[in-house]
Design a protein around this ligand. Sequence first.
Ligand code: 5GP
Ligand code: ZN
Length: 141
Amino acid sequence: MGHEDCIFCKIVSGDIPSAKVYEDDYVYAFLDISQVTKGHTLIIPKTHTKNIYETPVDTASEFFARVPKVANAIKATYNPIGMNLLNNNEKPADQSVFHLHIHLIPRYGDSDGFSTNWKTHTEEYTNEDLQKIAKEINSSI
Ligand code: 5GP
Ligand code: ZN
C-alpha cells in the first residue's frame, strides 16, 4: 500500500517519526512540522493517493468521514476561536507533498500565524454568468 519515496507513506509505516494525533484502519493524523498555529494537524488517508483529483470514492468517503472527529478533538483540547481546513492540489496551488492531506489549522486570533486573502469579484459576474459557469462545470461531471 505504501508508495515508494512518499514521505507521508513513510510516516504511516513509521519509517519517518511523527507526532501522531490519531490513527485507525483508514486514516493517520499527525502534527504538521511547521505548526503554523499550535495544534496544526495533517490528516491523510493511509492509502496513497496523489491529491483530490486521483482519489477514489471509497478512499474519499473513509477519509473525509473522519475529519470532523480530529477537528473536534483539536477544538476540545485548545479551545480555538475558529479553525481553517486547507487542501492544496498541485504545485501552483502550494501542494508540496504529493499524498492527499488536509491541514487542520486552529485559529487563535488575527496574528496567530495563518491568514487568508480572498479577493471577491461579485460585481464582475451577472446571475446569467454564474448560471453559465455552473452549467459548464456540471457538464463535466
Ligand atoms: P502542502 O504544502 O503539500 O499542502 O503541505 C505539506 C505539509 O507537510 C507542510 O505544511 C509541511 O510542513 C509538512 N511536512 C513536510 N514534511 C514533513 C515531515 O517530515 N513531517 C511532518 N510532520 N510534516 C511535514
Ligand atoms: Zn503516500
